[in-house]
Design a protein around this ligand. Sequence first.
Ligand code: ZN
Length: 453
Amino acid sequence: MATAGVSLVSPGCDSRPPHGTAASGPSRTVSVGAFKLGRPDLVLLITGGTNGQLEMCNCAGPMAGGATKRSGLFKSYRAAFPNAFTLDSGDAAILDSIDADKNDFIFQAFQRMGYDALTIGDQELYLGYERLKKRLEPGTTEYLSSTVTTAEGLEKLPLTPLVVRKFDGVKLAVVSDLRKDWIMGFPDGRKKQFEFGPIEPLARKVGELKSQGYTVVAVCHGNNDALEKTAADLKPDLLVRGNTAKTEEQLLDVGGIPAVKVGSFEYVGVVALKLGGDGRIKQIEYRPEVVDDRWPADDRLMEIYQAYAHAAMRRALDAERKTGLDYKPSNYCGGCHTAQYANWLKTRHSGAYNTLVVKNRTGDPNCIMCHTSGFGTEKGFYTFEKTPAMANVNCQNCHRFNFDEHQKAGFDFKKYKANKNVCTSCHTPITDPKFEEQFETKLPKVRCPKWPR
Ligand SMILES: [Zn+2]
């Protein structure tokens, strides 16, 4: 997605969600159960192995998991415990061989959920240097990578070797451990883009931090054997086992160090800690929270998912084209198809961009995606200044073929009918909940008159 030059959310924008579940306000939270250990000094909200999952489905009904509800869970915990820290143990990205462009939306979603730290795991490294450089936008989320750095000669990626936070009398430090031999099938070319450092300096750093009163959490992005190595080499106060799609319902013990294992988008592992003045753990309580319907949906995350869903459906519609359509302005097509153009001007599709102007959301790619033509593709909308004719829902959003193709004798127009599948790439159960039942009445409102006329 070509987001360069377009800020994620324009300053002073109307941030009320235009599309979403009416029941959920942007700042709704629910109450969170108390801990047996009493008031904790520190609460860690841990996820991992979410594997590119944003939502279960593009549907309005109740669904477990998903970024909208996870965000509602985070907000609810943060409201109850201002000393909460959110940490992902890696494999947030989807492997680029499966749905490469989805990662643009995933990293954005992690920023918007307000993660404190997102650990770089092997799936993130698999994206390779170029993709990571494009996707890791510096923001409030820190990209944690203590043992892996950018290879020499390449511009540094925004990776942080150590994430520290200070809460009321509590000092937290988080480091990560990922070693070259824990990664399998890593393409040679990509291996050269990263440097895997030795563990000793990190072990010394952890020792120092502990002696300075920090509570140290180490994320191990490896298997169970790796977890034992991290425990023995770093001796942190708490271990988090990443690189997993499975959640362990109980706290683990690895050589006397408590360890948490959380995997899949359905869970958030909640760890409550009582700490001594020296930063050592006095009491620990673990609670695997299921990301289910109890949590209020955060529509700001649904906005990201809607934009992703549109991009994915558009890709499916245009599967035979590598760079997307060769989008032409509506008045270009209208030069010959005058009656159809006149009809289009009367529909709200010709005013779709103005809606974003009114809402002050022209800087938000998650809105631009459906209210313009071909955003994120080579010939599509970029900014209003650069591509004014691509603002609005133009002809080719529905007629998904190129001008020069359709000029050729014998071009198969039937293959590219503007049918319901085309509409539902924008009219989704979230953006237009009644579209399915209203299709027969909505279609005549936008269908163009017969040609030639
Ligand atoms: Zn992994």
